[in-house]
Ligand binder design. Structure first.
Ligand SMILES: [Mg+2]
Length: 427
């Protein structure tokens, strides 16, 4: 059998392990885009990098450890104070009052005025997630980390089927004793049905779906609850009046007409995909994004893109990969979203990264009349290894020189700080 383990309200629970006064009361962890990186004056900011397999952006600013007022409350030009930020995670006590993930904090506090709002502490989450992963690897032969607070485990050949439920209860107990973290566990013959089962285990429970119970279990579940059914599939399914997983399971030919993604999804839904728990958790992309008040000055947007590019360079060298795909997405105050991707088989460096993102920005800026920018989202993907690159001969000499220079800069950045060396164009 396969286990899917999902920590309950993880970020809130993490703070509760340190502060018992947060137990049994409405609590939320808030989030805000860190905009300090765009400050012209800022120098010597140290970055923590705790990317040890957990799936969250591994960049931390120590300044994120601040009080509520410092982090979320902003003085407006008219002298009034405004609460910024959104709910990232909330406790069940807050959810009972209608608080939801993604909700503006100001609104959540209107619904639940006695809710305690915490400043995020990503370093703490990483440390706990890493410790739990290490613990699970000792307890279970094959473990896959799926996100910062979710894990798959393969118990086949390890725990007998009739003992799996008791084993999961025991594991939950151990995790509570060792970490004081509540966790929910779904059990099923396949990974994705186990993940679906976890939703029925929450909060703080265990839910088992046996092989012969799968058809009955999925029958009434709305399709959008299934992991991996996003906007696109939801639209296609609703065009065929398919609302539940049970209905979906009776339309194999339709799913097959959607090629590989449809075929893969169909077998996940009926629980015979046979996918294994993979212990490797290679990252497939590295990205960063920032949301801010509308910026109408094109040069300021470009400057911010170059700053974010510097952060991406740092993360890429940390991960030791060579990306060949680049993505730039911009959101405007008019609601318009523009995006552009670019592929370039070149050795990655500061220069190449800034050049490509600069070009992508040129392309997007050609669409005029879109308004002022409120969000920048950038990522790099399609990692390849140096030996497998078909390098463009035109650039190769320069690219090697640039890469060597970038690597030396990276060493300095690791030692001192990410903003020890900036490009003139950022200032
Ligand atoms: Mg969770």
């Amino acid at each position: 059998m396969m286990l899917h383990m999902d920590l309950d309200t993880f970020f809130v629970s993490a703070h509760r392990t340190r502060d018992l006064s947060l137990l049994n009361r409405p609590v939320a962890v808030g989030g805000r885009s860190n905009l300090k990186i765009f400050d012209r004056k800022q120098v010597g900011v140290r970055l923590y990098n705790a990317n040890r397999g957990a799936f969250v952006n591994p960049l931390f600013y120590p300044s994120e450890r601040q009080a509520f007022e410092e982090f979320f409350v902003e003085k407006m030009p008219d002298g009034k104070e405004k609460i910024r930020g959104i709910v990232v995670t909330s406790s069940y006590e807050a959810r009972e009052k209608g608080v939801k993930t993604g909700m503006p904090l100001a609104e959540a506090l209107r619904l639940c005025p006695d809710m305690k709002v915490l400043v995020p502490d990503y370093l703490l989450y990483h440390e706990l997630s890493f410790a739990l992963h290490r613990f699970l690897r000792r307890e279970i032969p094959r473990v896959e980390q799926f996100s910062i607070d979710e894990f798959f485990g393969d118990l086949n050949g390890w725990v007998r089927e009739e003992e799996v439920f008791a084993y999961a209860v025991h594991l939950k107990h151990l995790i509570w004793q060792k970490f004081r973290l509540p966790i929910s566990i779904g059990i099923a013959p396949s990974k994705w049905i186990a993940k679906l089962a976890t939703k029925f285990a929450k909060p703080n429970g265990v839910y088992l779906v046996k092989k012969e119970e799968i058809p009955e279990f999925i029958e009434e579940i709305p399709v959008e609850m299934f992991p991996g059914i996003g906007k696109g599939f939801r639209k296609r399914l609703s065009e065929h009046f398919i609302k539940t997983l049970g209905e979906a399971s009776r339309h194999q030919a339709l799913f097959y007409s959607w090629k590989t993604p449809g075929r893969v999804l169909y077998h996940r839904i009926v629980g015979d995909d046979g996918e294994s728990v993979s212990e490797r958790n290679d990252r497939k992309s590295i990205g960063i994004s920032r949301t801010f008040d509308p910026i109408c000055d094109r040069e300021e947007v470009r400057r911010r893109i170059l700053i974010l590019a510097r952060h991406i360079v740092f993360l890429v060298f940390k991960a030791g990969v060579n990306p060949t795909g680049y993505y730039l997405g911009l959101r405007y105050d008019t609601g318009v979203r523009l995006k552009q991707t670019f592929h370039e088989e070149r050795l990655f460096s500061d220069q190449v990264c800034q050049e490509v993102f600069g070009k992508l920005f040129e392309v997007l800026s050609e669409y005029s009349g879109t308004g002022c920018v409120t969000k920048i989202r950038m990522s790099v993907f399609r990692f390849s290894y140096q030996s497998r690159l078909t390098l463009s001969l035109l650039n190769i000499k320069n690219d090697y020189a640039n890469r060597n220079l970038s690597l030396s800069i990276h060493r300095l950045r690791q030692k001192y700080s990410l903003d020890i060396i900036k490009k003139g164009s950022e200032l």
